[in-house]
Design a protein around this ligand. Structure first.
Ligand SMILES: C[S@@+](CC[C@H](N)C(=O)[O-])C[C@H]1O[C@@H](n2cnc3c(N)ncnc32)[C@H](O)[C@@H]1O
Length: 422
């Protein structure tokens, strides 16, 4: 039976359409907790209020794949771009069509094969950072040796799953439980060790149970919500700053939420999954991935593009930031902020060229603050877009976010919906 969008969200009512609106409880969205996922209702609203019929919709910053999945329920062909390979797989796993009987067969085979592979941990985690596995570094490690052995066995056993769609599903679901069986928790912008992790160890049994539960939940979601109005999708993996410059079909709508210039680096936040599942195989790969993400953080030394001209609020903000440079926790924050808007200008300009006439851009953005200087991201992007000849159709605040510990923590920051048309 065809599952409608309303069946999927189960008729829930939410207070705000911004990010962090409890998407976790919606089928598929709990496969990996993604704090920044926005409410699927936003995509339904954008399609409903579009000035033109929407046949194709694009999200250049897919994250957990909310836009694309909502589009499938609404009968719109989704295209997504995502630079982080684990997150791209997560989105594709949610969007794929499955044969449930073959998932069950393949999962039994995966577990059987994992039980019979020999010692593979060293080979599997050859170039991983020393902190990943016991004995770790300076008395700390992310995975206990036995848990790492089991993870490595699953990694090797995954190779025996011939169906690439099932193989990706298992890898993604394994990714959804690795933090739970590690010695760390992810908080704010990074990770820290669990309280009492040395005395409260995770076991192979914990890993097996969590993985089985994740597969059971996913199969339940697929059985109950796997028949959507449209099962197609287009996945574009890589940096949207360059991908959007390539020739491609026109889109009738874009709905997305880019990273905010708040020094949050998604490569860091999903680093354990990236290494544990083999998406990263070298330090160089890690640095390359960071460099292909939007200039929203200062974790690596990189050349930031010069700030774009034409937005008076940006010019004033950069002057203010420069004046407090000595108080900033990283001296290159003003350049990062300028580079962020330069990157966003590139993305928005390329995106316009990919949109059909009268198509709209719906974008959720959040403000940042450094050393008491506010970065009104929504206002600056509105100025830049108007300068490029587009019209701001809506500029609506959603909710307040807490600023990061580096930004003082106690103040609240605006999250905004921006709707652009021509
Ligand atoms: C705020 S999240 C998007 C959340 C999404 N709306 C959801 O509901 O899950 C931003 C995403 O942009 C991705 N990203 C960062 N730089 C990128 C780039 N240059 N090209 C494509 N994706 C990028 C990040 O990896 C992250 O997944």
């Amino acid at each position: 039976m065809l599952v409608t969008f309303d069946n999927w969200i189960n008729g829930r009512e939410i207070a705000a359409l911004g990010t962090n609106a409890g998407a976790q409880s919606i089928p598929f969205q709990g496969w990996r907790h993604f704090k920044e996922a926005f409410a699927p209702e936003l995509i339904a609203k954008a399609i409903r209020e579009s000035a033109i019929p929407v046949g194709r919709c694009i999200d250049p910053f897919s994250g957990s794949g909310t836009t694309a999945l909502a589009c499938q329920f609404l009968g719109v062909h989704p295209t997504f771009v995502e630079v982080n390979p684990y997150l791209a797989d997560l989105a594709e796993a949610k969007l794929s069509a499955y044969d449930v009987a073959s998932i069950t067969r393949d999962f039994s085979k995966l577990v059987r094969n994992a039980n019979t592979v020999g010692k593979v941990t060293q080979a599997v985690f050859k170039n991983a950072p020393p902190t990943l596995i016991e004995p770790g570094q300076n008395g700390r490690w992310i995975f206990d040796k036995k848990v790492a052995d089991r993870l490595a066995s699953f990694r090797v056993a995954l190779r025996s799953i011939k169906d690439p769609v099932n193989r990706r599903l298992f890898r993604v679901l394994l990714g959804g439980v690795v933090i739970e069986v590690s010695n760390v928790v992810i908080s704010g912008k990074g990770r820290r060790y669990r309280r009492n992790w040395e005395s409260q160890r995770k076991t192979v049994r914990d890993l097996d149970d969590a993985f089985c539960r994740a597969v059971e939940t996913a199969v339940g979601d697929i059985v109950r919500h796997g028949t959507r109005r449209l099962m197609k999708y287009t996945a574009l993996r890589g940096d949207c700053r360059s991908i959007l410059k390539e020739r491609m079909q026109k889109f009738d709508l874009a709905v997305f939420s880019p990273p905010y210039p708040n020094s949050f680096d998604y490569t860091d936040v999903y680093n354990v999954e990236l290494w544990a599942l083999g998406y990263l195989k070298s330090y160089r790969g890690n640095a390359e991935l960071r460099a292909s993400t939007l200039s929203s953080h200062v974790q690596i030394k990189r050349d930031f593009a010069p700030a774009p001209q034409g937005a008076p609020t940006l010019a004033a903000t950069l002057r203010d930031l420069d004046a407090v440079r000595a108080d900033l926790w990283d001296r290159s924050i003003p350049e990062m902020v300028g580079g962020y808007f330069a990157d966003m200008a590139v993305v928005l300009n390329s995106l316009w060229r990919r949109l059909s006439a009268d198509a709209q851009i719906w974008m959720v953005v959040g403000d940042s603050r450094y050393a008491g200087i506010s970065i009104p991201v929504g206002k600056i992007l509105a100025e830049l877009t108007e300068e490029a000849g587009a019209t701001v159709l809506n500029h609506e605040p959603f909710r307040s976010m807490r600023s990061s510990p580096q930004q003082g923590g106690q103040h609240s920051l605006a999250e905004t919906l921006l709707v652009f048309g021509r």
